[in-house]
Design a protein around this ligand. Structure first.
Ligand SMILES: [Zn+2]
Length: 438
């Protein structure tokens, strides 16, 4: 699809102003973020922007450009103003359109997606006789993302994470309205609890290798490839017949159904995370809080017990909490704080620490310290807005180039400078944790 994105105002026209903010800058920021989300995450989308910089452009020029380009959708982004007391989000389609029009349906979808993430009061879906809605030859939509002269809304507008969330909401809406296909190499959702997991389809598990071989032959005759995969469970060898391995659970379940159709009633699937997946910052936490705590105590019997925070916050942000724990052990020398960061700082990840004169951030308690650590990792590993629920306590979240380090080894030279082996040390430490605790 061809999407025309129109950040409102620009150049000599600042748009609405208030609380030290200019509408033209906010709309451009959101629009550029929207453009990068859509082009990075989706196939079959082409985007043209009315402006990419701070330039003047008339409304006539904008609609003419969209019309002659043959856009499929016109999306204008604005910020409201009304004298200070009004607040919230609203969006518009052309007043001449019915509620059952295609344009109204698109509005409904985008409105609901944006409202999910923008933390603004919902002022509803509206219609108006605005130039860009009336003179555009394709379905058109205009959003008013909060009131610049309202202190509540303006406080949000000053946060880059909010602008990112608003862009993400628009992207989600456009993707849903136009059924856009996600790119295959798109990074996994941070909240996906199974990133890095392999689903193995098992067509029977036998104590005799002969029986397992027979099963493989039976499947071969039905055109299904399988092999025997011996596995030791509680000291006993089982000959598993593996008939497929998938990164996508649905595909694995389809294969189980196929096996049941040919008479393998005992087919099942197992989820496994390979050590190779330990390379990714996003993914499920494999070790329990007790395993983490007992591991650190093999080295430092007086260590703080932070396993449950790493477990819980890791799960919430979709981050490998157990590997983050390994990073904390690496940073703090097993919570002995022998470096520049002092134990009373509750800074387990060396956030902002440079030297003895600049020991970095301090947190109210150990819980906040772990929360900040996981938020900082989230900033590096994901481009998604920080999920709500917990306050942002990482003071350096906004300074991170979002998504610049999806892997632990990508942190080399970023989290630690120069740190050419920083990520490797963390993953190695994690592997030792796995070896000791299983
Ligand atoms: Zn405006």
């Amino acid at each position: 699809m061809k999407l025309y994105v129109d950040p409102g105002h620009g150049g000599k026209d600042p748009g609405a102003q208030g609380n030290g903010l200019n509408e033209k800058e906010l709309t451009l920021d959101i629009a550029l973020k929207l453009r990068s989300i859509l082009t990075n995450s989706y196939e079959d989308i082409e985007i043209k922007m009315s402006r990419m910089t701070d330039v003047s452009k008339s409304l006539q020029e904008r609609t003419n450009e969209a019309n002659s380009w043959g856009a499929d959708y016109f999306l204008a982004i604005h910020i409201n103003a009304a004298g200070g007391s009004a607040q919230g989000y609203e969006d518009y389609i052309y007043s001449g359109l019915s509620n059952t029009s295609t344009t109204a349906k698109y509005q409904e979808i985008i409105h609901s997606e944006v409202m999910k993430v923008n933390q603004l009061k919902d002022r509803g879906r509206k219609k108006a006789n605005f130039h860009v809605l009336r003179e555009s030859a394709m379905p058109a939509f205009l959003s008013e993302n909060g009131f610049i002269d309202n202190s509540h809304d303006a406080a949000l507008m000053k946060q880059d994470s909010w602008l990112q969330a608003v862009a993400q909401g628009h992207a989600n809406g456009v993707a849903a309205a136009f059924n856009l296909k996600r790119k295959a190499n798109n990074p996994p959702e941070p909240t996906n609890p199974v990133a890095g997991t392999l689903y193995k389809v098992i067509a029977g598990s036998f104590q005799s290798r002969e029986n397992a071989n027979e099963r493989v032959a039976f499947l071969g005759a039905k055109g299904i490839n399988a092999f025997v995969n011996p596995t030791i469970i509680s000291g006993k060898t089982w000959y598993r017949v593996q008939a497929g391995a998938y990164s996508n659970r649905e595909n694995a379940e389809k294969q189980v159904a196929v096996l049941k159709q040919v008479g393998i009633a005992d087919a099942f699937l197992i989820a496994e995370t390979s050590i190779a997946a330990a390379d990714s910052i996003l993914g499920p936490t494999r070790l329990s809080a007790e395993q983490m705590n007992s591991f650190v105590k093999t080295v430092n019997p007086d260590a703080l017990e932070l396993g449950s925070y790493y477990q819980d916050f890791g799960k919430f942000y979709g981050i490998r909490g157990d590997i983050a724990f390994a990073q904390a052990l690496h940073e703090t020398n097993y919570f002995r704080f022998t470096g520049v960061v002092r134990s009373e700082q509750n800074n387990f990840a060396g956030i902002g620490a440079i030297n003895v004169d600049h020991p970095g951030a301090s947190f109210a308690d150990s819980k906040d310290g772990v929360l900040a650590h996981l938020q900082h990792l989230f900033a590096y590993a994901s481009t998604e807005p920080l999920p709500p629920k917990y306050p942002l306590v990482d003071p350096r979240f906004q300074l991170v180039k979002r998504g610049s380090a999806p892997k632990w080894t990508d942190l080399n030279g970023k989290w630690a400078v120069p740190g050419t082996t920083y990520g490797q040390s963390i993953v190695d430490l994690y592997k030792r944790m796995v070896d000791v605790t299983f």
